[in-house]
Design a protein around this ligand. Structure first.
Ligand code: DGY
Length: 328
């Protein structure tokens, strides 16, 4: 392509290594800088790489704040392939006229599957049992060997009843014959509650009445350590806690303490405060299943998330409305 023409194209940074066949169509409308080594940029490097860009394809690992935006005056669109947007200062983007898009819907069912996988793995102690077997410690069958809690027919409390929370509720009610309680900023409309077979509760009531509690709410400062020592103490003895929301929602030290003391039956975490670093207190806690933020990680879903992020970039760079803008 003629060199001078290329410079008329908008410039886009794809900040991580992404399926090349999904990125390729961007090259028709933009000058694309990719990240084949998949290194996560430090804030300074991200600022430098984005300084002359009009668009950015990011994941949850890149933090977009006011200082970065001020250093990148040509930015028109930030397209994150995540549904969560807690890594982006939305107000700062709005003030500067930068469109933010995300990837809702495409990951709902895959993430709900994983939430359920983590619930089953935690309640039935799959992680500890597998480590025990691999370590050659299995010498005899015994009556109470890794005897955990039942999931089917029990009471599940879901905190955060958005798309993913509702997909989990459907699995629980229809697949596992569970009674579903939920807590949400706003109760669902009655017909949706009815279709899901879910009952609204205040957070303290949900914690007291559920045998398993699953967190699927978006992170905001108001949700920071929503589940701490006081909330864990309100949960039923032997209950399970699963977090597929964001690490900051749970006080990890209090969680480790509740597992060590036996107050909490089991827990499953896919997200961590300060990830990818994991608080060492969690690594030694019993009956705890830990996974590296992979709830949406099936190949078709990660491809669909990337595709939607690219489609949003294509739309905005060509002067069309974004497909899935972040609103509110
Ligand atoms: C999301 O999309 O927000 C998931 O947490 C994956 O990062």
């Amino acid at each position: 392509m003629n060199h001078s023409l290329r410079h008329e194209l908008p410039r886009v940074l794809v900040a991580r290594a992404v399926f090349p066949d999904i990125i390729d169509p961007l090259r028709g409308v933009a000058d694309v800088e990719t990240t084949p080594d998949d290194d996560i940029c430090t804030p300074a490097v991200l600022r430098q790489r984005l300084a002359d860009k009009h668009g950015a394809f990011i994941t949850g690992s890149e933090r977009i704040d006011a200082a970065l935006l001020d250093a990148c005056p040509q930015l028109k669109i930030i397209s994150t392939m995540t549904v969560g947007v807690d890594h982006i200062d939305l107000a700062a983007c709005a003030e500067r006229g930068v469109t933010v898009t995300h990837a809702p819907d495409v990951l709902t069912e895959t993430t709900a599957d994983f939430g359920f996988a983590l619930l089953l793995a935690a309640a039935r102690q799959v992680g500890d049992a597998e480590r025990f077997l691999r370590a050659g410690q299995w010498k005899k069958w015994s009556v109470d060997l890794f005897a955990g809690a039942d999931v089917h027919g029990s009471v599940l409390g879901i905190v955060g009843m958005g798309r993913i929370g509702q997909a989990i509720a459907r699995r629980a009610a229809h697949g596992f014959n569970m009674r579903v309680l939920y807590h949400n900023r706003t109760p669902l409309q009655a017909h949706i509650e009815q279709a899901l077979g879910a009952e609204y509760r205040s957070l303290p009531d949900l914690l007291r009445q559920s045998q398993h509690v699953l967190l699927a709410l978006p992170y905001s400062p108001a949700a920071h350590h929503l589940v701490g020592a006081a909330e864990l103490a309100q949960m039923q003895a032997g209950a399970t806690l699963v977090n597929i929301a964001r690490g900051g929602v749970v006080d990890e030290a209090a969680l480790a303490h509740a597992l060590h003391s036996g107050q909490l039956g089991a827990a499953g975490l896919d997200v961590f405060e300060g990830e990818p670093a994991v608080n060492p207190v969690l690594l030694s806690a019993p009956r705890l299943v830990l996974t590296p933020h992979i709830a949406s990680s099936s190949i078709p879903t990660r491809r669909a998330m990337a595709q939607l992020a690219v489609d949003n970039l294509l739309a905005v760079l060509q002067g069309q409305p974004p497909l899935t803008p972040v609103t509110g």
